[in-house]
Write a protein that binds this ligand. Structure first.
Ligand SMILES: CC(C)(COP(=O)(O)OP(=O)(O)OC[C@H]1O[C@@H](n2cnc3c(N)ncnc32)[C@H](O)[C@@H]1OP(=O)(O)O)[C@@H](O)C(=O)NCCC(=O)NCCS
Length: 151
């Protein structure tokens, strides 16, 4: 089954221009409301943004940001999709699917051989764009940080 490619709902724009990001808004959601980056420092988030390709969704008129996702990538072999969220006021309208579609298409365009993500409960959202559970989880390793994360 080919992944569906939803278009962006009317009234919104998607951009990878880092200059359009509302970094304070991105950091506020992630550090206060997300289940995976609670307590993350603003300096850490800004470094993460600087080292990633960020995708933002904005209201067409005001330019207010309502969605965010980033791909950490070397641009050639590997990518990590993370920090995906949509403003609570605009959920359920297709913006999350548009975000995942855009990042996935970008990874495909780059020809990345490995792209990964972690999710607590949104597996179905990603599966609809071709993402699959790890086929061989025993071959993967990760290293927990010792000590406190940098700020
Ligand atoms: C997950 C999230 C980004 C989805 O954005 P959205 O704009 O509300 O989603 P969409 O309107 O594009 O629809 C998402 C689709 O994925 C499905 N889905 C699967 N798991 C889901 C989940 N955990 N949360 C939301 N939708 C989910 C929905 O049912 C929907 O499918 P449908 O169109 O067939 O009904 C948004 O709910 C959000 O920001 N949640 C809080 C942060 C979060 O959990 N981020 C993901 C971390 S991996």
């Amino acid at each position: 089954v080919p992944p569906s490619s939803p278009s962006l709902p009317d009234g919104f724009e998607l951009s990878t221009d880092p200059g359009r990001l509302d970094r304070a808004w991105v950091h506020r959601y992630l550090s206060e409301d997300s289940y995976w980056a609670r307590g993350r420092a603003r300096t850490t988030q800004d470094r993460a943004i600087d080292g990633s390709t960020s995708f933002g969704i904005y209201r067409a008129g005001s330019g207010a940001q309502v969605g965010y996702a980033r791909l950490v990538t070397d641009g050639a072999t590997f990518g990590w999709l993370c920090d995906v969220f949509v403003d609570a006021s605009t959920r359920g309208a297709g913006l999350g699917k548009a975000l995942v579609a855009a990042v996935t298409a970008h990874a495909d365009d780059l020809g990345l051989g490995k792209v990964m993500l972690g999710t607590g409960d949104a597996h179905d959202l990603y599966a609809s764009f071709g993402w699959q559970p790890l086929a061989e989880p025993a071959t993967w390793m990760s290293r927990p940080l010792r000590g406190a994360p940098t700020t």
